[in-house]
Write a protein that binds this ligand. Structure first.
Ligand code: DAH
Length: 361
């Protein structure tokens, strides 16, 4: 009995190369190399041959086995590549196609206002800092010179996640303002400091002019010779850039905050002629933010030597300045997630706010 190994090999290789699909290729592999496959069957016949012929046929069969296995691997890789190419071609998206207007989203005015604030202060050399929404008593209150039982704690309707203990401290709260980011930044100790901290803030308050969650941006500058004049210049620059009105009139009114001394509230000039509010020159004033020179006690509690360093801080409500700039009449609509509102007041994404290109698209 002889085995026609050449014909067998040629036939199997032909089958492998003709396989059009991965599943067909797998069938061929089993039929050739599997336990009951053609090559295995031929191997079994070797025992009936005389030693010389067995050796020759054995070697030939092994060669065929290797060649077929190799051919299957190569074919498999070709078929896989072809399958992937076909899948990618089928899923191809033409990114150069214009957006279908009915499908395009809008940037929320809060996001737009964040971007504008960051662009303006970024240009002035401020970095953006962040802190946690869930704050401890120390950072939200005590380190800002608002000790336990201080009336200012009652001024802010705090959401407590953990009530204060018998000392009146050690509570865990949803931060009531972005001022704790001042403390965290000063504690980190990389002086001088020039940061803004935009973010969410929370107070248990809900009516036409208050929502339980709202947004603020905090500013903090600490250096050796920073003074109130710098604070004024900085806010003047910001307001002119943000409201896009040259030399917008600002009025600094003495005020009180526990963490600043002296403290001021800032009003911006406006007119209300004809029932419409216009920001800029005019006969009326509108309060937009609180600010002051950082209290020496606050510096000290955050590990900064008040004899060597001083600086200013400010904080403002983002919804408020967004409403003023974009003529949005009702605060609560910011959080109603009404798509029609967003279509009307929202902004085109990808047209990033920049002082060079213009803040507003
Ligand atoms: N944290 C104050 C608030 O929420 C706002 C504020 C006032 C922040 C004066 C400041 C500041 O940094 O200097 O009412």
């Amino acid at each position: 009995m002889t085995i026609d190994t050449e014909a067998l090999g040629a036939d199997l290789l032909q089958q492998v190369n003709d396989a059009a699909e991965l599943s067909a290729l797998e069938d061929i592999r089993i039929a050739a190399l599997g336990k009951k496959g053609a090559i295995t069957a031929e191997m079994k016949k070797l025992g009936g041959l005389d030693p010389e012929a067995r050796k020759a046929a054995g070697q030939a069969l092994n060669q065929i086995k290797d060649a077929v296995a190799k051919a299957i691997e190569a074919r498999k890789s070709d078929l896989e590549t072809a399958a992937l190419d076909a899948k990618l071609a089928g899923e191809r998206i033409d990114v150069s196609l214009p957006i279908r207007p009915e499908k395009s989203g809008r940037l929320h005015p809060i996001s737009q206002t964040f971007d504008e604030i960051v662009a303006i202060f970024g240009e002035m050399g401020f970095a953006v800092a962040e802190g946690p929404d869930i704050e401890d008593d120390f950072h939200n209150f005590s380190a800002l010179n608002i000790p336990a039982n201080h009336p200012a704690r009652q001024m802010q309707d705090t959401f407590y996640l953990k009530e204060p203990d018998e000392t009146g401290e050690n509570a865990v709260v949803l931060r009531t303002h972005t001022s704790p980011v001042q403390v965290r930044t000063m504690e980190a100790g990389n002086l001088p400091i020039r940061i803004i901290a935009p973010g969410r803030t929370y107070r248990s308050d809900s009516d036409i002019t208050h929502t339980p969650m709202f947004h603020q941006v905090e500013g903090l500058v600490i250096d050796k010779k920073t003074h109130f004049g710098h604070l004024k210049g900085c806010l003047q620059e910001f307001c002119s850039a943000y409201f896009e009105v040259d030399d917008v009139p600002l009025q600094f009114r003495p005020s009180y905050f526990p963490f600043t001394e002296p403290s001021a509230e800032v009003d911006i000039g406006c007119t209300r002629k004809g029932g419409e509010l216009t920001i800029g020159h005019g006969d009326d004033w509108l309060e937009i933010l609180g600010c002051g020179m950082v209290h020496p006690k606050v510096l000290k509690m955050s590990g900064i030597d008040p004899d060597e360093y001083q600086g200013f801080a400010f904080g403002m409500g983002i919804e408020r300045i967004a409403m003023l700039k974009y003529g949005i009449p009702d605060l609560r609509t910011f959080f109603e997630a009404d798509v029609r509102w967003l279509k009307h007041y929202g902004f085109v994404p990808l047209e990033a706010a920049s002082l060079v290109r213009g803040l507003t698209p």
